[in-house]
Design a protein around this ligand. Structure first.
Ligand SMILES: *Cc1c(COP(=O)(O)O)cnc(C)c1O
Length: 387
């Protein structure tokens, strides 16, 4: 019997490969860090989100060992059964205090937090207003929320956003934006978004996956005004600068209480291992005391931007965050440059459509406090040699 569906998959895979769109794993041995072993090759990595170098930090590893002896490996149940460990509870309290919001809730991943939050806050008659460059998890979350409409506005285009809001008759409105845009490295205009949220009585949900731990003494990209405002809901993912795993939503107590009742990806999944929450408590201490790491990171960002200012072709996109994309254009060119860097022992991924718009393929360079100035210098030198 021929298996037509399988044949179609195989043709689809071949087509992706022909278009340089095939995604492949890199195989990591050992610990995450600035220098890693990938596919058996020792490389300097410019592609992790471990911005502060905490993923393999000895203090976090020690916290994991201690917690492991106390509470074992698995959570054993969902949060609302018996999986909610004191470590989860303590982390939520410490996180809320750190980001200066009344309460917080820990989800297993940022993707799940986004799915849970948007669906819980926006019912069938609600509308979601979403920046076109928002992370895929927010796009999916809006789609799966059952909201009657998702209005996508051009990147940071407040005029377009306001015109959508003005036309909306929905009772529940939610404006959602990456706070630091994950493929561009630029920031959302937080206070201007808040002005619109207030004028049109909407929630403002800000996903700070890439700002938490890095911006404003590590407290992330919220402004003071946004911290103090009840309509602002804040998300930090904890697998990036925090170096562990998970995501925390911080908001008004009633929002958190509502999520515990309604957020299905919170309710119907096993709690994350409590030892991860113990690691997160230690990570939070490291972030609070992390000014030396942040200073090193800022200095790497400056060194890279100065070093690449005179590149023959390809330009760094305007960004003051550890995400420093070098805009190339065509998928094939970005892939070729990425491969040629790899031959020199430098790992920088080519980000292509459909992750980014057509003809904006880029080398997405991410920097970490774990890099040395010499690591950054090697990347600058190699790029000048190959472009
Ligand atoms: C990485 C990322 C997420 C997903 O977080 P995970 O914890 O990795 O699932 C969500 N939003 C943005 C903007 C991200 O960059």
């Amino acid at each position: 019997m021929s298996h037509a569906a399988l044949t179609r998959l195989q043709q689809g895979l071949a087509a992706l490969k022909a278009d340089h769109l095939e995604r492949r794993h890199l195989l990591l041995d050992g610990a995450q860090g600035a220098h890693v072993t990938i596919n058996g090759q020792r490389v300097i990595s410019f592609c992790s989100n471990d911005y502060l170098g905490l993923a393999a930090d000895p203090a976090l590893v020690a916290a994991a060992h201690t917690a492991l002896d106390q509470c074992g490996v698995g959570a054993g149940a969902a949060h609302l059964i018996t999986g909610h460990h004191r470590f989860h509870h303590d982390f939520e309290a410490a996180f809320a205090r750190f980001v200066d919001k009344p309460a917080a809730l820990l989800f297993s991943t940022g993707y799940l937090a986004n799915l849970g939050l948007i669906a819980a806050l926006v019912g069938r008659h609600g509308e979601v207003f979403s920046d076109k460059l928002n992370h895929a998890s927010l796009v999916d979350a809006a789609q799966l929320s059952g909201a009657s409409f998702t209005r996508r506005y051009h990147h940071n285009d407040l005029v377009r956003l306001e015109s959508h809001l003005a036309k909306s008759t929905a009772q529940d409105k939610l404006i959602v934006s990456d706070l630091v845009f994950s493929m561009d490295g630029d920031l959302a205009p937080v206070d201007a978004l808040l002005d619109l949220a207030e004028r049109y009585d909407a929630w403002l949900y800000l996903d700070d996956a890439h700002g938490f731990g890095v911006l404003n003494d590590g407290r992330g990209g919220l402004t003071e005004r946004a911290r103090a405002n009840d309509r602002v809901i804040y998300l930090a993912t904890l697998g990036k600068a925090a170096g562990v795993s998970g995501a925390a939503v911080a908001a008004h107590q009633s929002v958190i209480d509502w999520l515990i009742q309604k957020a299905r990806p919170y309710i119907y999944t096993t709690a994350s291992p409590p030892l991860l929450a113990a690691c997160l408590l230690e990570s939070l201490r490291q972030i609070e005391a992390g000014e030396v790491r942040r200073e090193r990171l800022r200095s790497h960002i400056m060194q890279l931007r100065e070093g690449l200012a005179s590149l023959k072709y390809g330009a760094l996109m305007p960004s003051g965050t550890p995400i420093q994309p070098l805009l190339i254009g065509a998928n094939a060119d970005a892939v070729r440059l990425s491969q040629s860097l790899l031959q020199r022992g430098l790992l920088v991924p080519a980000i292509r459509t459909p992750t980014v718009p057509v003809n904006t393929a880029r080398l997405r360079i991410t920097l970490s406090a774990a890099h040395s100035a010499d690591d950054v210098a090697q990347l600058v030198e190699a790029l000048h040699a190959i472009v």
